[in-house]
Design a protein around this ligand. Structure first.
Ligand SMILES: NC(=O)C1=CN([C@@H]2O[C@H](COP(=O)(O)OP(=O)(O)OC[C@H]3O[C@@H](n4cnc5c(N)ncnc54)[C@H](OP(=O)(O)O)[C@@H]3O)[C@@H](O)[C@H]2O)C=CC1
Ligand SMILES: O=C(O)[C@@H]1CCC=N1
Length: 270
């Protein structure tokens, strides 16, 4: 089994490590780097995975997965440059950062794969989109897809689509959590105890997600099946349309896409 090192084990890095353990990887096959010793000790205590420095990670790992904030990429590239080359495999999870940035800053021929995952990898239900850089071969993509398919679904997309993917599925879980949070508040408004409202909405979300994933029906058909003539649901739908919820989602996701583009542009002058 390949050894995998996660550089920057924050929220998504930890989700990946935890998901890989859940999927049957052994702690010895995993490594991480973290800049704060307390965070490193916390993760080793929780998962039994060793925290190492970048040079140790580059020496021992077959796959180096960069999971720092895009704003923190510069020192990571400086540290990686003398340690990697054509025989390495660098995977970037960073929103907005193009493979061309890595290719410019790392030795000629270093294979880089850009990935946009999401946090449901914690429960083996991630959606990850992968795009090869200039020096990544189909074999590199196969290795990355195999790794990610152990924690969810994987799709290959052209890199030009990665900013849109980031806005849709990278950030997507946050939109659903936001919606659930607001719906629970509606239950409170209607006088239900919070625990009851939570159970009603979370199970409705799980059921709806399962129907979306498992039935061949379009979401419109599934929604229409809930919307009885002169019933309750259509009254709610009228309010959602009146308040521009559809337009708000289009604008929100477009704004997320724009931010992803901007994060990449911040490094264009390197
Ligand atoms: N969160 C998500 O749902 C998703 C995030 N991503 C991408 O993943 C990346 C990380 O995001 P997220 O996990 O949310 O952010 P976090 O800030 O939670 O995680 C980044 C981690 O990297 C650490 N770090 C920073 N610099 C270094 C360094 N030089 N060496 C080692 N560790 C370092 C940070 O430490 P410190 O706390 O000190 O800053 C932090 O623990 C981003 O690029 C984001 O775009 C992609 C898909 C989904
Ligand atoms: O909010 C962010 O920038 C990251 C990228 C996608 C999800 N979280």
């Amino acid at each position: 089994m390949a050894t995998i090192a996660v550089l920057g084990a924050g929220k998504i890095g930890e989700a990946l490590l935890s998901g890989l353990l859940h999927a049957g990887r052994k702690p010895e096959e995993l490594l991480f780097t973290e800049r704060h010793p307390e965070r490193s000790a916390e993760l080793t205590g929780r998962y039994g995975i060793a925290g190492v420095d970048v040079s140790e990670a580059a020496k021992r790992a077959d796959v180096l997965i960069v999971a720092v904030k895009p704003q923190d990429i510069e020192p990571v590239l400086d540290e990686l440059a003398p340690l990697v080359g054509p025989g390495s495999l660098v995977v970037s999870l960073c929103a907005g950062l193009p493979t061309a940035l890595y290719e410019r800053r790392l030795p000629e021929g270093t294979p880089v794969v850009r990935v946009m995952p999401n946090t449901p990898m914690l429960v083996n239900e991630a959606m990850s989109a992968v795009s090869p850089g200039r020096h990544a071969t189909p074999e590199h993509i196969r290795v990355v897809e195999e790794l990610l398919s152990s924690v969810g679904k994987v799709l290959e997309v052209p890199e030009s689509q990665q900013d849109a993917v980031t806005a849709l599925s990278g950030s997507g879980p946050a939109y659903f959590f936001f919606l659930v949070e607001a719906m629970i508040d509606a239950g409170i408004l209607l006088g239900l105890p919070r625990a009851v409202a939570e159970q009603l909405i979370v199970q409705s979300a799980v059921g709806a997600a399962k129907m979306l994933a498992e039935s061949a029906e379009h979401p419109v058909i599934l929604r229409e099946a809930v919307t009885s003539p002169a019933g309750t649901t259509i009254n709610a739908i009228r309010e959602l349309e009146k308040h521009g919820v559809r337009a708000a989602l289009l604008a929100a996701i477009e704004a997320a896409r724009d931010r992803s583009v901007e994060l990449g542009k911040a490094h264009e002058e390197d």
